[in-house]
Write a protein that binds this ligand. Sequence first.
Ligand SMILES: NC(=O)c1ccc[n+]([C@@H]2O[C@H](COP(=O)([O-])OP(=O)(O)OC[C@H]3O[C@@H](n4cnc5c(N)ncnc54)[C@H](OP(=O)(O)O)[C@@H]3O)[C@@H](O)[C@H]2O)c1
Length: 333
Amino acid sequence: MLVLRENDILTLLGGLSPADTRDLLAKFHNLLRQYSNSVYQKSSERLIHQPERISIVTKNGNTALFMPSSVTTSTGVKVVTVPVKGLIKGSINVFSPDGDLVGVLNAAEITAFRTSLAVMIPFELYQGDKKNIIVFGAGRQAEWHIKLALLLADVDHITVINRSGPGRIGELFETLRSNYPKTQFDILLKHDPKYNASLEARLKDAAVVFCCTPSVEPHFPASYLDSKQRFISLIGSYKPHMQEIDAKTLRSGERIYVDTKEGCLVEAGELIMANVNEAQLLEIGEIPNGTVLKDSGNVVFKCVGMGVMDVFMASELLEMAKVKDLGLTVDDF
Ligand SMILES: NC(=O)c1ccc[n+]([C@@H]2O[C@H](COP(=O)([O-])OP(=O)(O)OC[C@H]3O[C@@H](n4cnc5c(N)ncnc54)[C@H](OP(=O)(O)O)[C@@H]3O)[C@@H](O)[C@H]2O)c1
């Protein structure tokens, strides 16, 4: 049994090349295709099992989430706590098909990585301009969106927009400025005296907008965007009152791409407030291999995340760690 600490996971994910990332993306997309296909299969025929997650709110107000799933070759459960104060923490336990515990992994970095990787599926299929990117939020999710976008696309300019300070991004940008000398990295904070005018101007210039916050208010009104096509992703909302964009922006494409129709219709505030129905959604797992996105209007993607994503990524990391001889081995568990 292998234990992967946060630092082991950072080492493994930090060493990914563009080619490694594309290989991982292709495998991940196939997993989501199996998920989308599984709704048409009898339970006994499915390779993917994704029951609903369970949550417990303790007397102290800490929320524990239990996310079970199986991809047949691995079965697992992620248990994370959203504490009243501080960052989400927890672990992913991975079991062999017949029940041996094969790995225990720190969940925080994997969660941010797999969500950002899910966004990279439609981002990679999107054929439009990707040179100027705006990111709302300065946490772990924002960090991985930025790192993966730089691995997969030719980016001229990235602006992070955040509520308070630069968060994790200040330090990240220092490193990225030397690794990507041709790319411009900026931070715009809400307390900037010219915030609204600057936000509108930057959004007009942007080709891609990644939203990575638990906001309950849209980050901008639809009027801040012109008719130019953009890629817009949303990963932050997970409750009916949460929203990162308004209904008009949400509906600004031919359809809304999602990771899971079932999950998004119950959890994504933007979709619930805009009264979106299932027929307006397309799961990225329903996009056949070899397809490129040639939509007119914006390409909007909402992801609420699923346990199968964690078990898939945890299993991949365990294989990568064996090759690189990383982690703590526990024999005779
Ligand atoms: N879809 C999925 O599968 C999935 C998976 C994991 C997490 N998430 C969600 O993704 C979001 C970001 O996660 P993270 O791990 O990056 O969190 P994080 O490290 O805590 O960062 C959160 C970021 O959001 C900003 N923020 C917090 N509350 C806000 C509000 N009310 N309005 C505007 N900005 C706000 C914070 O700004 P300050 O620096 O000013 O505090 C910070 O920049 C969260 O909503 C989280 O629940 C989604």
